[in-house]
Design a binder for this molecule. Structure first.
Ligand code: COA
Length: 265
């Protein structure tokens, strides 16, 4: 991969400016991340996790690699944790669409099974351990920037507040760093106060692509500088136009987009 990129850089140097060359090399990285195999991703993360006295097994899989039983486990944790929030949200409760998203060919998963005990431990392996947490993600290009988009982070009810969510987000940063992604991004419902607190504790902040972020920018612009057109909740309006009820629209959005830069690239 490095060889291909350096030859692209040198062959472009004569005809392209640096910015174009840089952008093209980034796209190449996203493509390679997009086709990263589960084995390659597994190499970038630990295979086990110790949390207090308990030990867990980590596994990496793509959406299509999950068996029917594993898909049901993934779905069950998602439904238990999220149905109540989704039914009241702008997204609604739409299992077919959500399942399609969850098990898409571009979806990648880090799954945690356990805890291992003396009874169910190494002899029986992961096959008999229950799924307790997972993170689903994709390599994406967001407005020309390479990002690792976290589509789903779920910890089963009884396993919450034991550091599994934190561990999974750390592994996302590790994977992102390995494939030279610029940041980890995610969408969180505003009503999901616990998750918002969790992401805040992990260093996530409002991303510039978040509807509310633009609402905040508009509030600043209203006191002075006119700007260019902005997109709020999928709608475009011109700054300086009094009829644009951007603040209301931002408030109508019941989700936020958060991100965290990947350091050490
Ligand atoms: C949100 C979630 C992923 C967090 O995972 P977790 O394993 O329970 O969290 P961790 O134990 O790793 O917590 C790390 C830190 O986050 C913060 N945190 C986690 N849950 C919190 C909560 N409910 N309220 C306040 N802070 C919280 C704390 O600072 C915590 O550190 P501490 O336990 O030492 O105080 C998990 O609770 C979950 O799956 N919730 C339901 C599904 C969900 O909302 N997913 C996110 C969708 S966007």
């Amino acid at each position: 991969m490095i060889e291909i990129r350096s030859s692209l850089l040198s062959s472009c140097a004569a005809c392209c400016n640096v910015q174009v060359t840089f952008t093209r090399s980034l796209h190449l990285t996203v493509s390679s991340g997009r086709y990263a195999t589960s084995v390659e991703i597994a190499d970038a993360i630990p295979s086990t996790l110790l949390s207090g006295e308990a030990s867990f097994i980590c596994r990496v899989a793509t959406g299509p690699q999950l068996s029917a039983a594993e898909r049901e486990d993934v779905w069950q944790i998602f439904e238990d944790n999220m149905k109540g929030l989704y039914v009241k949200s702008i997204f609604g409760w739409d299992p077919p669409t959500k399942r399609h998203e969850l098990f898409h060919r571009l979806a990648r998963y880090i799954l945690i099974y356990g805890p291992q005990t003396e009874q169910n431990g190494s002899a029986s392996g992961q096959a008999t351990l229950p799924l307790v947490a997972y993170v689903g993600f994709r390599f994406e290009d967001e407005d020309g920037e390479n990002v690792l988009y976290c589509y789903e982070l779920q910890v089963s009810n009884v396993s919450q507040r034991h550091g599994l969510g934190k561990f999974l987000m750390q592994q996302l940063s590790n994977v992102g760093r390995h494939w030279q992604m610029r940041k980890v991004m995610l969408t969180v419902l505003k009503a999901n106060a616990a998750a918002k607190k969790f992401y805040e504790s992990q260093g996530f902040t409002l991303d510039p692509s978040s509807p509310e972020y633009y609402g905040n920018v508009k509030l600043i612009q209203a006191s002075g500088e006119p700007g260019e057109s902005e997109e709020v909740c999928g709608k475009t309006a011109e700054n300086g136009d009094d009829s644009w009820e951007d603040e209301d629209e931002a408030e109508d959005c019941d989700y936020e987009i958060l991100s965290k830069a990947i350091t050490g690239l």
